[in-house]
Design a protein around this ligand. Structure first.
Ligand code: ATP
Length: 445
């Protein structure tokens, strides 16, 4: 059997995401709302698995990182100190003819509108603050104005002292958080790549000023490289772009953008940044509170240097979806063309890890046996039971990226074995029911 693999288009990914219940447009029955998406049953598990994979590697497997969970709405002065009120702007530009609005830095030329083709039809660029506003309490006035956080990191900075004191940590140590952030993007787009409500996984790693900060930065870059590799992201589609001094903020000694080659081009997944003492300094200055670290040994106070890794979980989930997607065309020995869409998810990321089928719907002995196997595996794996036409069942499981399908057939009642089909190689093996647990432990963990 000959087979070829094709690269994926965004239309195919969005169609599959909808068809199989990964991602839906938010409030679809009302026509949707720009920049917001909902995760369907499989998408919710997929995104949770991505977040768990990040949390496991960043927090649970380290003794120098603690977890954290701060509120979405914070004191408005937080955003004054962080610079978001004064500087978190995009330059916005409108076409006077077609009224289309653009982000000035996304336009190739300022002469001609890419939408309607009009020449010199643009307004002057204006600043547009990306923070979403709301009101806290019953009065809708400026005194009650607040913002939905545009990043999770500030919750960590303002709690720095609470955390290091209660967790009994001293630099070098990190604080990690996963949570929702909101940005009123001028032009959301590319599916869940640029949205107005998204989740970030942020690690703030605080280090003493002992000359090792750049080493720590490089360490985190390596760790993050390894993380993407562990989950099988294709290495030729991933790059670690090193920011030039002109592209970095003045206080930063180094910065890397992790980028993936999406169907529309390279896009940022994560930023890893050396941030100096900028963030803690800014909060100390505005709040008047001491956020320095007091070293019991040397009896000295200092402001730790910060290394930050900030990854978008929606972008990472989308990346895993796109990266896993493959359309394989094959010709069988009789010359018949077949096509299969398959998601090659890493088994830890796959929403369903093991599907168990009964070959026939109307044979209670088979159904009972298959259901019993599925129930037995359920506490250890994400499983699904199904029955009917095996070809169709394989097709569905391939499209949702299930690594293993087990089929109970008539022989099972005699030989106490099932057919195990491997998603990637499509190889089928007969494995004894009693040996399944060991087999899956070896393959999935
Ligand atoms: P971009 O240049 O794409 O607007 P950014 O440089 O402003 O992104 P950061 O502020 O560095 O992004 O945020 C860290 C991460 O948060 C990004 O790498 C991305 O994964 C995620 N992120 C930021 N904005 C969005 C968004 N509008 N939608 C989805 N994810 C986002």
């Amino acid at each position: 059997m000959e087979s070829t693999r094709e690269t994926v288009s965004m239309d195919e990914v969005t169609a599959l995401a909808k068809r199989r219940g990964f991602i839906f447009q938010s409030s679809e029955i009302y026509g949707g709302i720009g920049g917001f998406y909902d995760y369907g049953p499989l998408g919710a598990i997929l995104k949770r698995n991505v977040k768990n994979a990040w949390w496991r590697d960043t927090v649970e497997l380290r003794d120098d990182v603690v977890g954290f969970d701060s509120s979405i709405i914070m004191h408005p002065l937080t955003w004054k100190a962080s610079g978001h009120i004064d500087q978190f702007h995009d330059r916005m530009i409108d076409c006077k003819v077609c009224k289309h609005r653009f982000r000035a830095d996304h336009l190739k030329s300022l002469e001609q509108c890419p939408d309607c083709g009009s020449k010199n039809s643009f307004t002057e660029p204006r600043n547009f603050n990306l923070m979403m506003k709301t009101f806290v309490g019953p009065m809708e006035d400026t005194a009650s104005e607040a913002f939905l956080r545009p990043e999770t990191a500030q919750g960590i900075f303002v709690n720095f002292k609470n955390i290091y004191q209660t967790a009994r940590k001293r630099p070098p140590f990190g604080i990690a958080q996963i949570g929702k952030s909101f940005r009123n993007e001028i032009t959301p787009g590319n599916f869940t790549f640029r949205v107005r409500e998204f989740e970030q996984a942020e690690l703030e790693y605080f280090v003493p000023d002992d000359g090792n900060d750049l080493e720590v930065f490089k360490d985190w870059v390596e760790r993050r490289k390894q993380w993407y590799a562990n989950y099988g992201v294709k290495p030729d589609k991933l790059r670690f772009y090193e920011l030039t001094p002109e592209e970095r903020p003045h206080y930063a000694k180094a910065g890397i953008d992790v980028e993936y080659l999406f169907p529309w081009g390279w896009g940022e997944l994560e930023s890893i940044a050396h941030r100096g003492t900028y963030d803690l300094d800014a909060h100390m200055q505005l709040s008047g509170k001491d956020l320095q670290f007091f070293d019991e040994g040397s009896k000295k106070k200092y402001t730790p240097i910060l290394v930050e890794s900030s990854a978008g979980m929606d972008r990472t989930t989308l990346t895993f979806l796109i990266d896993a997607y493959e359309k394989e065309r094959s010709t069988d020995p009789n010359g018949k063309e077949t096509e299969r869409v398959v998601l090659h998810f890493h088994p830890h990321i796959a929403p369903v890890q093991v599907a168990v089928f009964s070959l026939a719907r109307n044979k209670p002995e088979l159904v009972q046996q298959a259901r019993a196997i599925e129930e037995k595996l359920r506490p250890n794996y994400r499983t699904q039971y199904d029955e009917g036409n095996i070809g169709q069942l394989y097709r569905r499981q391939d499209e949702i990226g299930t690594p293993f399908c087990l089929t109970v057939d008539y022989d099972t009642l005699q030989d106490r074995a099932v057919t195990v089909r491997d998603r990637d190689s499509m190889r089928q093996d007969r494995i004894a029911i009693d040996a399944l647990a060991g087999f899956l432990r070896e393959k999935i963990g």
